[in-house]
Design a protein around this ligand. Structure first.
Ligand code: ATP
Ligand code: MG
Length: 171
């Protein structure tokens, strides 16, 4: 079981300085949701999405949040960046694919989204992509929701039933 609030807090700490350097508004919304998944894989996935969101946004905002969708949780990474044309929605997930506009904007190898794609398929569902060139992009990752931190299935029972409240989160 992964407490999303803790994951988000770490994302905030890691990326806020980079976003600040670019004068972007960077918001990671606090959440008390839990998901049933692998913590390290999920962290890598979200890191790659947030890294892209900041890289391919020249001005405006990058937002990270989570909400319930039925029995699941959806993590959203939204940006007001250069966007991705719908004709490229498939190819951006392939290794070493870099779009002209993106390549002009920032350096990279074209590997981040291929890793995101593979991780999301291993964990649950393929990542969802919505984007409008010149306006922005949203990536959504859907994962099974866990009702609390206590999860007999994925933990040895030594986890705390009542994790720290997320009061330390800066918004
Ligand atoms: P790497 O992640 O290996 O450092 P990269 O960011 O170029 O390099 P991917 O993360 O796989 O590689 O992304 C592939 C391409 O998709 C990018 O080069 C860029 O053209 C486009 N892209 C990815 N995320 C976004 C985004 N949030 N907004 C606009 N374009 C994006
Ligand atoms: Mg990338």
């Amino acid at each position: 079981t992964v407490p999303l609030g803790e994951l988000f807090q770490r994302i905030e700490t890691d990326f806020a300085p980079i976003a600040r350097e670019k004068n972007l508004k960077f918001k990671v919304l606090p959440t008390s949701l839990y998901v049933r998944t692998d913590a390290n894989l999920l962290r890598r996935l979200v890191q790659n999405l947030v890294s892209n969101a900041i890289k391919y946004t020249i001005s405006g905002k990058v937002l990270v949040g989570a909400r319930r969708r039925g029995k699941d949780v959806v993590i959203e990474v939204l940006d007001s960046g250069i966007g991705i044309p719908s004709s490229k929605f498939k190819s951006v997930f392939k290794e070493f694919t870099r779009l002209d506009e993106g390549a002009r904007t920032a350096a990279g190898l074209g590997l981040g989204l291929s890793i995101v794609d593979r991780i999301s398929r291993v964990l649950a569902h393929p990542v969802e992509l919505t984007s409008t060139p010149g306006r922005g992009t949203i990536f959504r990752v859907r994962l099974p929701r866990e009702k609390s931190a206590a999860s007999p299935a994925s933990q040895g029972g030594n986890s705390r039933a009542n994790p720290q409240p997320l009061s330390g989160l800066r918004v």
